[in-house]
Design a protein around this ligand. Structure first.
Ligand code: GTP
Length: 625
């Protein structure tokens, strides 16, 4: 038996909006959102203590293994105020657990649009970090009420007094208003739940208006087809209705409607302010788009809700199946993942070296890595991903504009100007490391925008940096130069004209498209030298000599050679006259020449993976720590 929910959830009618509180938990990564969510599930009784496991809401294997939240989750929990003059008041809480990593900011902003309030969770041993700020700004943009909460007060290193000051300084108010909790021990969590009901406002909507619900997430389930998560703004959607998607006008039969608590539970209807799911039996993933408005076919709304801004991919990489016959499976898998993930973008491409594949756009390297891992695990595919790159815009001298998502498509003609995307990066660091952070940012072509002291020993540095300079190992470098104390957040800030060149890698005189890269002129030489050296170690010796060249246009900037395995053709030629030996050697040379002309260099698959996957030369996948 699942624990009894508030009767509204299962009754044919909907819950009284005055009793609903929709809220999100926002925090810097690892400050303990998922753990706090676990305690709430336990305290509200929606999860049986025997079934409780850590990070209950992180359902994907990858999420659990890495201890990070990738997808947002919405859970309905009943709560009755325990203390104070409103004790006994019953409420229905819809909690939305959101991811913390900078790549997934768009998930956070989508979820927050479905809330009235946000818990700003800060680790009491760490204080405010870069994503604390970024998420706070997102919440403020959505006009949410904020409850500041200090977590992990059970830690000996916790300094709640100090950080309560910092938080109060940031959002205004009294340090004493910061609620102190431990997601681990549960201390303070019942009080926090009480305060959620007291401080957050109930949703406002017109119960009599035609129904309008916002799709804030949509997932493909192998057994049930597409499951669509909605928050109702106006009106009522009941299980007997036929629903209409406002962007396409498509009408669907409702097979099931319900709430997540934390498993799916059927309900009779969803009313104003409620958060729940719809199942229509739609199998095509594109028919239930995140950001679309759902209405009722018999009495449709006329005006759709303001949708979400589509997240724009920031980093591109080619994904190729190692076994060419897997290509259709890869397409199908990408189609399915795309439903969960509006930010994933892909189109077919062919590479001379790697065959048929897809050029895919991602939000960042972690996103790339996760999609790739999901494709390999959930869809059983073996993939190669090419070196990630950002999107460039080139203006040619004859007035054409070319958008380059793949370096091998970089125009060869005369180029007037090339633009590269930039980001506005915020680094929070203790005072002692300001010099180290500045040195790193300057080395990555950054320009300082400003610097502020958040408290006596915590500094906020703001830089404009080319995106291409931070997608590789910037974060690792930042962490190692600041002994792990600095944190980073960034957002797109437009583009800038830069002195960029395309570096081609030629194997045996033939350019290999998958190795081409666009780099800043000052860094082209180093790039060329390092990739040539890497390939020399990765490609086994062949029967003939293989030159590896890095070139800008026709100018070679670096060269390595893989020496031939010289077969000893004279081994069986004892004594004899010199002309015979010479003849044999000539023949061998000719053979080599023929190989050079017609032969192709055999590049082992691993070489592609290792050379392409990271610029550090360690053979690890991009972004892998
Ligand atoms: N001592 C102590 N540790 C905690 C507490 N809350 C969380 N942790 C630990 O902090 C780490 C991060 O916690 P999570 O709940 O996974 O953090 P998160 O913010 O959800 O992380 P993301 O999902 O990746 O954004 C885990 O190792 C937790 O066990 C707490 O109150 N006390």
């Amino acid at each position: 038996m699942p624990p009894t929910l508030d009767p509204g959830a299962n009754a044919p009618g909907a819950t009284d909006p005055a009793r609903i509180r929709n809220f999100g938990i926002i925090a810097h990564i690892d400050h303990g959102k998922s753990t706090l969510a676990d305690r709430m599930l336990q305290l509200t009784g929606v999860v049986d203590p025997r079934q409780m496991r850590a990070q209950y809401l992180d359902r994907m294997d990858i999420e659990r293994e890495r201890g990070i939240t990738i997808k947002s989750q919405a859970v309905r929990m009943p709560w009755t105020i325990r203390e104070g003059d409103r004790a006994g008041e019953q409420a229905v809480l819809n909690m939305i657990d959101t991811p913390g990593h900078v790549d997934f900011t768009y998930e956070v902003s989508r979820s927050l649009a479905a809330c009235e309030g946000a818990i700003l969770l800060v680790d009491a041993a760490q204080g405010i970090e870069a994503q604390t700020l970024a998420n706070l700004y997102l919440a403020l943009e959505n006009d949410l009420r904020i409850i500041p909460v200090l977590n992990k007060i059970d830690l000996p290193a916790a300094q709640p007094e100090k950080y309560a000051e910092e938080l109060a300084h940031l959002i205004g108010g009294d340090p004493a208003d910061c609620i102190r909790v431990s997601g681990k021990t549960g201390e303070g969590v019942p009080y926090l739940l009480d305060e959620i009901v007291r401080q957050f406002t109930p949703p406002v909507g017109d119960a009599d208006a035609p129904a309008r619900a916002m799709i804030f997430d949509s997932v493909y389930d192998v057994y049930r087809g597409v499951v669509t998560y909605v928050r109702v703004i106006d009106g009522l959607i009941s299980a007997r209705d036929r629903i209409k998607m406002m962007s396409t006008g498509a009408v669907h039969e409702l097979l099931e409607i319900g709430v997540i608590s934390p498993e799916m539970q059927k309900a009779g209807a969803l009313g104003v302010g409620e958060v729940g799911y719809l199942i229509t039996g739609v199998k095509d993933v594109r028919q239930s788009r995140v950001g679309d408005t759902v209405t009722i076919n018999s009495r449709p709304a006329t005006q759709a809700l303001g949708g979400y801004k589509d997240p724009k991919p920031m980093v591109y990489s080619g994904l190729y199946p190692i076994d060419g016959s897997d290509y259709p499976n890869l397409r199908e898998a990408l189609d399915k993942l795309k439903l969960n993930d509006a930010a994933l973008d892909y189109e077919p491409e062919t590479s001379g070296a790697l065959g048929f594949g897809f050029r895919c756009g991602f939000l960042g390297l972690l996103h790339l890595e996760i999609i790739r891992e999901r494709l390999e695990r959930e869809y059983n595919l073996d993939l190669i991903s090419t070196a990630p790159n950002v999107v460039y815009r080139a203006n040619t001298e004859d007035g054409q504009e070319i958008v380059v998502t793949n370096p091998s498509e970089y125009p060869t003609g005369k180029i007037a100007e090339v633009y590269e995307p930039t980001v506005r990066a915020t680094v929070l660091t203790p005072n002692d490391y300001v010099g180290a952070v500045m040195e790193l940012c300057q080395g990555r072509r950054g320009s300082l925008l400003g610097m502020d002291y958040l408290s006596a020993d915590r500094v906020e540095l703001r830089y404009t940096l080319p995106l291409a300079e931070i997608i590789f190992d910037f974060f690792d470098q930042l962490k190692s130069r600041t002994k792990g104390y600095a944190s980073l957040d960034y957002e797109p800030s437009g583009e800038q004209a830069s002195d960029l060149v395309k570096v081609d890698i030629l194997l045996h005189g033939e350019p290999v498209d998958a190795f081409s890269a666009i780099v800043h002129k000052d860094k082209a030489y180093n790039y060329g030298v390092s990739i040539a050296a890497k390939l020399r170690n990765l490609i086994p010796r062949q029967q003939f000599e293989v030159p590896i060249q890095a070139a800008i246009g026709s100018r070679v900037i670096a060269r390595e050679t893989i020496r031939a395995i010289r077969k000893d053709v004279l081994a069986k030629c004892y004594g004899g006259d010199i002309s015979r030996k010479r003849k044999l050697l000539e023949k061998q040379k000719e053979g080599k020449k023929r190989m050079k002309m017609v032969g192709r260099v055999e590049v082992p698959q691993e070489a592609f993976i290792a050379a392409l996957s990271s610029d550090s030369g360690d053979g690890k996948a991009p972004g892998k720590k």
